[in-house]
Design a protein around this ligand. Sequence first.
Ligand SMILES: Cc1cc2nc3c(=O)[nH]c(=O)nc-3n(C[C@H](O)[C@H](O)[C@H](O)COP(=O)(O)O)c2cc1C
Length: 190
Amino acid sequence: MGMQAIDLLLSRRSARTLSAPAPDAAALELIFASAARAPDHGRLRPWRFVIVREAQRERFGALLADHLRRTHPSSSEETLARERAKALRAPLIVVVGAKLNKDMPKVPATEQLLAVGAATEAMMLAAVALGFNAMWKTGPAAYDESVKAALGFAPGDAIVGFLYLGTEAGAGAAAAGPDSWRDLVREFGP
Ligand SMILES: Cc1cc2nc3c(=O)[nH]c(=O)nc-3n(C[C@H](O)[C@H](O)[C@H](O)COP(=O)(O)O)c2cc1C
């Protein structure tokens, strides 16, 4: 019996550590299909995905480290090695990008980005529903033009996240309490 949808929504939290197994081909298809069901003003399908499989992670790590070296030339070898190792923290990485259409007066770029953000959350929830977990990361590399280009994105596109996917060892920490939203809600009106 699968997890109830509301339990999934109430309990999702980022993985602390991820290891193999990565989502297999069937799970990855369901993860992308879930992303593609995100609300999407104008049906622009702005999401784009670049799969970084296990064997390509070192190349991805080199991209992160090269970016750090370029933007912080005085970085120590140790710092660069740590940056490179970020690519190894999960067996699979999906770079989630947004192809932003700037000629849509009714669908500003912000809304297209929001749609891709919603798609990313759907991917995280799908991963948990399928027995995996995920981490959503960005950092300065995500906003760097040459990193974007190296991942096949155009200058007008955006990287919304590096989604690290795998299996969480152990139970992990508990999600935030169910009342964490209460002080952030108010009524409109008297
Ligand atoms: C757009 C976006 C970018 C993020 N980038 C990072 C990041 O670079 N590093 C990081 O530690 N957390 C990052 N986070 C936050 C985590 O993914 C995570 O959601 C947060 O720490 C809260 O933990 P939880 O998901 O378990 O509630 C980012 C979240 C979003 C929505």
